[in-house]
Design a protein around this ligand. Sequence first.
Ligand code: ZN
Length: 194
Amino acid sequence: MKLEIVQAGDPVLRQMSRPLSADEITSTEIQQTIADMLETLRLAPGVGLAAPQIGLGVRMAIIEDREQYHSAWSAEQLRARGRVPVAFHVLINPELEIAENSEVEFFEGCLSVGGYTAEVPRHRHVRVCYLDEHGEPKSIEAEGWYARILQHEIDHLNGMLYIDRMNPRTFMTVKNYVDRWRSAEDEAHRIFRS
Ligand code: ZN
């Protein structure tokens, strides 16, 4: 079932979400929520969705970056972002660790700040420990775009949105970004940040 994605201004997006217990993870309710979140994410479409975005204040998010989403980007843009396909997976009670103290800045958006985008600095390289949808402990070491998605989704679980971290002068509509700046991102960087 497709779920409604809540938008900025809904208090659930600004609350600290609570962890899920082992019993909750394997419950029919959470398993159905995961299936519904995946359907919602694919229809959006997007590369990540956190439970608060569907109005549920629990520490759970899903990620999936499909190759078909990369067609709007040149090989050079994909390389610069370190963007490669990421298979669908579920993160429950994730713990983020910064693996390397260097940041990269690219435009990103959020399904809960619909229609807008901005340049956001993110750590290049992170490690995340989490439970999967069966409650099994897992860990990920990620760089590039995948590292960015992980940081974005885990921020949601802590009541944060990318607009809290963005370079404010780069905030723009997705339409203006696509029409005017995506192919000239270096220029956008120069004009909006200086
Ligand atoms: Zn988001």
